[in-house]
Design a protein around this ligand. Sequence first.
Ligand SMILES: Cc1cc2nc3c(=O)[nH]c(=O)nc-3n(C[C@H](O)[C@H](O)[C@H](O)COP(=O)(O)OP(=O)(O)OC[C@H]3O[C@@H](n4cnc5c(N)ncnc54)[C@H](O)[C@@H]3O)c2cc1C
Length: 436
Amino acid sequence: MSSDNQHNIIIMGGGAAGLALASKLGRRFRRSDSVSVTLIDQQLTHIWKPLLHEVAAGSFDPNVNEISFLAQAKRCGFRFRLGALSAIDRANKKIVLAPIFDVKDELLSNERHINYDTLVVAVGSVSNDFGVPGVGDHCLYLDTTQQAENFHKRLVQTYTQIFSSDSSVEERKLDVAIIGAGATGVELAAQLRQIADLLDSYMDITEQSVSISVRIIEGADRILPALPEYLSSATAKQLEKLEIEIYTGETVTEVTADAVYTKSGKQFPSNISVWAAGIKAPDLLQNCDGLEQNRINQLMVTGTLQATLDENIFAIGDCAACEWKDGKFIPPRAQSAHQQASHLARSLRLRIKGEPLPVFKYRDYGSLVSLGNYSTVGNLMGNAIKNVRVEGLIARIVYLSLYKMHQVSLFGYVRTALFTLSNIFRRSVHPEIKLH
Ligand SMILES: Cc1cc2nc3c(=O)[nH]c(=O)nc-3n(C[C@H](O)[C@H](O)[C@H](O)COP(=O)(O)OP(=O)(O)OC[C@H]3O[C@@H](n4cnc5c(N)ncnc54)[C@H](O)[C@@H]3O)c2cc1C
């Protein structure tokens, strides 16, 4: 217990895992004098990360759909503090938050030190550029809402510039290169094709529109290398129908302002390059006072989700490395984050009572890949079914239900239903994509 006789639970990071956990614990302990729950995030709002490719494409408006941490804290009974984790002082059970500066670079808050009895690290992941030259300078990422919005602005601006120019029909070309054919890259590619069609419909086309070439460049020998092979081939067929070019077995060696180069000597022209080729936990986790980590900065945790070298620290979501089966680790996915948050909400209550903690068991319910309005493909797994392939409407409904489950964990059923209804009404009166 800390000096104020309260058990301080600090949750660092309000993403898919951290915000769900804070909401559940907040509701459980809101009237408790002996437990306080604090969520700390470097942003003021939350958006469910799997929606970022839709933000990038402009089909999902973050300003309407983001969740204010302060409002959620009031609703659920936890505290919220703005701040970015910069280090952990394990000996004194404190976290260090970086100083905060305003937009004019003026200091708003000094470095802060905050006590914890239980610390949950849920700071997610960022793109891993593996040190490839030019990526940092010339590629866009989809790690944050800001980055997804930047991508969208760049897409609309470049499209309208080319459209408005007096260049010849042949020169009216916009090349987009997506590096990495995991779910993020593939879903973004399909969204872009949808947006290209929509942009054309908004542009009052009298002669010839801008032709958008979308290319996916992947180092592995197939797209979606982490998912089952048939899912990969079903998705590749759909992408070919959408005229998206796929280049597998191509390791990117350099990115410049207008091209992507690969080891085999190929050069792909590119007005906009997006890097979606793998993740790592944020570099700041290297300042965790000697906690065990893997080569992509994830904190190594035991079956109870406690750090291997410190039982007062838990890690969940993308920043945690928890062994699963056959030497594999639990994949960095929204469903893992959701399940770990639910598990920890139960086990932290036991920890406070001094009882032994249960081991987390990850259930893989399958994978779904959304190809915008064109199709959704995937496989489902569960207690009653071993592995069922799904496509089309059923797959789409299950895909959308993942987000609904996240909303239910934050708001409950009634508010989630109201949000859904208000979104349906809003979509019926606004353009299908953001045009600015
Ligand atoms: C474009 C895209 C599409 C995806 N699509 C899918 C999909 O279809 N299905 C699927 O299962 N998964 C998908 N994922 C992966 C999924 O989004 C993640 O696995 C999931 O969000 C991980 O949850 P998390 O809570 O660990 O991290 P996040 O949801 O990323 O949350 C991390 C939080 O920590 C905060 N934070 C970070 N650093 C600090 C710091 N230093 N101090 C304070 N706060 C900090 C961030 O602001 C953020 O709020 C997708 C990811 C992306 C980027």
